[in-house]
Structure formats: C-alpha cells, structure tokens
Design a protein around this ligand. Structure first.
Ligand code: THU
Length: 157
C-alpha cells in the first residue's frame, strides 16, 4: 500500500487589474451577470460568463425556484445557453462570481460538483481547454482547464 497525493495548479491574483485584458473582461461580464441572479431562497447570488471561440460572451446567473431542485446554478445556466446557441463550439474560458445579497465572497465561491461535471463535458465536446476563473472580493483564482477543478476527471480532452 502506498499513500498518494494529488496536486492542483492554479494562479492567485489579488485584483482584476492583474488579469490579462481578455480575462478581466470576462470577470466583468460575470459581475454583470450576477445582477440578473434570481435567488430569493438562498440569497446567494452568482453570475457566470463564458468566452466562446468566436469571441462572443454568454452570460448566466443562478435561477432558483420554489420547487427547489428545479432551480439551476449560474454556471449550468450559462453553459446550457451557450451549448444551445453555439452547438459544438469550444468554450475557452468561464468566469464565476458570487456571494450573499449580490456581494462577493472574500475567497472566491467555487462551483458545485454537478457544474464541474457539466464543464468537463463541454470541454470534451469543444476539444479545447476551458479555463476557469473564480472571482472573489480579495482573491481571484485561475485554473487553466476543467481538469484542475475536477481531479481524476473521467474523460478529458
Ligand atoms: N450556486 C451557483 O449558482 N453557483 C455556485 O458556484 C455555487 C452555488 C447557487 C445555487 C443556489 O442558487 C445558490 O447559489 C446557493 O447555493
């Protein structure tokens, strides 16, 4: 028997000003998307923005429902909208921003397992790495590909 360790690589930024222009624009789109969040039950508002290969940015936000499982996270709202609008087109990057009452958590909010699995599928369909940028109030974390937020990913590109 041998103990093993998994390592995850990511970059931490202390402000969106440190990001390259393309990523900064995407984070700003996620902030914008957060404004459309409908979360009267959790009061936790999340926005997501996806950069498509053709340069378009597709936005989504969490949409809750009184029949709670019927609601959806911001990330999947954005990915399903992007998949429906541009079938098969690579999603090159996704920025995510969330926090209580339309604020931002100081450490970035991180995507749920279901959203990570959906990211993995769209990354596979697009056959290009999808970088994931998580924006908090005090920190921004950038992961180069979905594999870095889904260790032991089932089926990568
Ligand atoms: N939520 C997201 O939309 N994305 C995340 O990354 C974390 C959680 C939503 C789901 C639910 O509407 C609310 O935030 C509280 O969990």
């Amino acid at each position: 028997m041998i103990g093993k360790k998994l390592e995850i690589n990511y970059t931490e930024y202390s402000s969106i000003d440190e990001l390259e222009a393309r990523d900064r624009e995407l984070v700003e789109a996620a902030f914008e998307a957060q404004k459309s969040s409908y979360a009267p039950y959790s009061h936790f508002n999340v926005g997501a923005a996806i950069l498509m290969e053709n340069g378009t940015i597709v936005k989504g936000s969490n949409q809750e429902n009184a029949a709670s499982p019927s609601g959806l996270c911001a990330e999947r709202t954005a990915m399903f909208a992007a998949g429906a609008a541009y079938p098969g087109m690579p999603m090159l990057a996704m920025a995510i921003a969330g926090g209580p009452e339309y604020s931002l958590c100081s450490d970035p909010a991180t995507p749920c397992g279901a959203c990570r699995q959906v990211m993995a599928e769209y990354q596979k369909i697009g056959r290009k790495p999808m970088s994931i940028i998580l924006a908090g109030q005090d920190k921004i974390w950038k992961f180069q590909k979905v594999d870095d937020v889904l260790p032991l990913i089932f089926d990568s590109i």
